[in-house]
Design a binder for this molecule. Structure first.
Ligand code: AMP
Length: 289
């Protein structure tokens, strides 16, 4: 497993591999790796003969709070975790590799980026889209591997790839959860024991939505109300949004007939957590998980 730091090293490695006929799957991350990230690495290894993982805490996607400063970083531990998997190269650029002094170019998606996560975190998707554009140009992968955990990010990046005609396919790995149900997230490390217990309301509200829809409830307002009630039982939890949307367009779901994506964002104390679940009223359909 190679550790590459400069854009030139990365690009040359990738081009060499592709010239020798190897397909490259790419898993971008911000490090602080957990089993969710590793599941994407395994998916990448199943789908391509070469796997590249990037580790870069992207300052451009953080707001002005302390979140960037606090974000957990331990590249040596991350490298050790990756060394047990089928990873060929890890791209670990310093900030000035991706944002050289005087860099003033940003890439902006102006539709989906404005709502939900984009509305709550102004500038967030501009940072994500900019860094992923740079990474795609430097890694030149055949396959981009993303997590359903960040469902709106997947939709925004699909638009980037479509609109700028990047020649890369996208595959999406399922959300990996703790045994209790909490979605793995690097930010879970900020939670106290009591906050972690209260954070269970995220996935429990989603499971409640699934049960209601599968039980025949077709009024989105009723399902969202039940989700809110579940979350509001926890004193340390504040709702940012609870929505039911179309899984591709993120338009509010008017009917719960087809597959519907339920998305939740909350603050547990000072920690912002997100989760989602794709629910179909017909569990036997491919989207009924
Ligand atoms: P991050 O390091 O948070 O930028 O995440 C890197 C990638 O891992 C993104 O595509 C995320 O959607 C994905 N990811 C994060 N958490 C999980 C999880 N619990 N299960 C599966 N994928 C995840």
């Amino acid at each position: 497993m190679r550790r590459l730091q400069s854009a030139t090293q990365m690009l040359e490695w990738s081009r060499r591999e592709r010239c020798s006929g190897k397909g490259i799957a790419f898993v971008p991350t911000m490090g602080a790796l957990h089993e969710g990230h590793l599941s994407l690495v395994d998916l990448a290894a199943d789908r391509a003969s070469r796997v590249v993982v990037s580790i870069f805490v992207n300052p451009a996607q953080f707001g002005p709070s302390k979140d960037l400063e606090q974000y957990p970083r331990d590249v040596e531990r991350d490298m050790e975790m990756l060394s047990d998997r089928k990873v060929d190269a890890v791209f670990v650029p310093e900030e000035d590799v991706l944002y050289p002094a005087g860099c003033t170019t940003l890439v902006v998606e102006t539709g989906l980026s404005e709502i939900l996560e984009g509305a709550s975190r102004p500038g967030h998707f501009r940072g994500v889209v900019t860094v992923v554009t740079k990474l795609l140009l430097i890694v030149e992968p055949d396959l981009l591997v993303l997590g359903q955990k960040d469902a709106q990010q997947v939709a925004v990046l699909r638009r980037l790839i479509h609109d700028l005609k990047f020649s890369v396919d996208v595959i999406v790995g399922p959300i990996i959860r703790e045994s209790g149900g909490l979605a793995l997230s690097s930010r879970n490390a900020y939670l106290s024991d009591d906050e972690r217990r209260q954070a269970a309301c995220l996935h429990e509200s989603l499971f409640e939505a699934r049960n209601l829809v599968r039980g025949g409830e077709d009024d989105a307002g009723v399902v969202l109300g039940a989700m809110r009630d579940r979350i509001e039982r926890e004193p340390a939890v504040r709702i940012d949004y609870v929505v039911a949307v179309h899984p591709d367009t993120f338009e509010p779901a008017t009917s719960l007939e087809g597959p519907t994506l339920f998305c939740v964002a909350v603050f547990v104390g000072d920690t912002r957590l997100i989760d989602n679940e794709l629910v179909s009223s017909h569990p036997e359909s491919p989207d009924g998980n």
